[in-house]
Ligand binder design. Structure first.
Ligand SMILES: [Fe+2]
Length: 295
């Protein structure tokens, strides 16, 4: 284990540039300052209050079951005792963004990398990279859900494979992660709910994704999602809605190699486009959408 460092994206005149790091570190819990705990508390309170009635029940229940609360930044060791017993996942401390293959290999082995450091008070509303709040508050709870936990591992295994196939396969698989793990919505008896970590850790997007007329909300379709470009700097133009975590797991169970073959002949789809073949839940007005290129 190395001494933990804070590896942040670098700001340049061309914008924020990602810096990658591979080290696995012990969570330096005693080194968190009063300000760090206060940032956690403020963000936790704000997001948790907003998510009641917006996030899916599984997410909120798992957060409670793990004892994640506003009191303090949680200790990974405490959460691991519960997680390992329930679904066999382990949280590992990392210093910042991992290279893709490292990330996939951890997931494939049921290890979830959590950034050990938390954003600064002036970054409460926006940070371009994952920090402890995003990773722990947003990603960790659903690892307690057995089906979602299996999906995450299957995703990692698929990622290792895609890496060997080539950049197109990798881009297609990354879109799946984006539109499910990060920005997914789920249909429930109580209405649409959030399960994506990128949404639950963002105040603005938690409201926008459910309440705004601007974005499209479309039924989940695996190959459609894998062709859809996305936004990294603004709220999403389109959200894909699953019916259940079982649907997500079973859609991604088959070998993806034939899918990658099939996708070779199909163009990518701009983030805001609605196709005739889409299952449209709501068609967005497109109000306020950025007009520059999607990712
Ligand atoms: Fe994330």
């Amino acid at each position: 284990m190395t001494q933990p460092q804070r590896v942040e994206h670098q700001s340049t005149d061309k914008g924020s540039v990602p810096i990658y790091t591979t080290a696995v570190v012990e969570q330096p819990w005693d080194k968190y300052t009063a300000t760090d705990h206060e940032v956690w508390r403020t963000l936790f309170r704000r997001q948790r209050d907003m998510l009641v009635g917006r996030a899916c029940r599984e997410f909120l229940d798992c957060q409670d079951e793990m004892g994640i609360s506003e009191a303090n930044i949680p200790r990974f060791a405490d959460l691991n005792a519960l997680l390992e017993a329930k679904t066999g996942w382990t949280l590992i401390g990392v210093q910042g963004l991992l290279p893709e293959l490292d990330f996939f290999e951890h997931l494939a082995n049921r290890r979830f990398p959590v950034t050990w450091w938390i954003r600064r008070p002036e970054q409460l509303d926006y940070l371009s990279e994952p920090d402890l709040f995003h990773d722990l508050f947003g990603h960790v709870p659903l690892l307690m859900n057995p089906i979602f936990a299996d999906y995450m591992q299957a995703y990692g295994q698929g990622g290792v494979k895609a890496q060997g196939i080539g950049p197109d396969a990798l881009a297609q698989l990354t879109r799946l992660y984006w539109y499910t793990v990060e920005f997914g919505l789920i249909r429930t008896d109580e209405g649409l709910r959030i399960y994506g970590s990128g949404i639950v850790s963002s105040g603005g997007e938690s409201r926008y994704c459910l309440e705004s007329d601007a974005p499209n909300r479309l039924g989940f379709d695996l190959l459609r999602v894998m062709r859809t470009r996305y936004r990294i700097d603004t709220f999403q133009k389109t959200y894909f809605v699953i019916d259940s975590f079982e649907q997500l797991m079973s859609a991604t169970l088959p070998d993806f190699v034939p899918y990658y073959e099939q996708l070779k002949s199909l163009p990518t789809i701009p983030a805001g486009t609605v196709l005739d073949t889409d299952l449209v839940i709501t068609r967005g007005t497109g109000e306020g959408w950025a007009t520059d290129a999607d990712f």
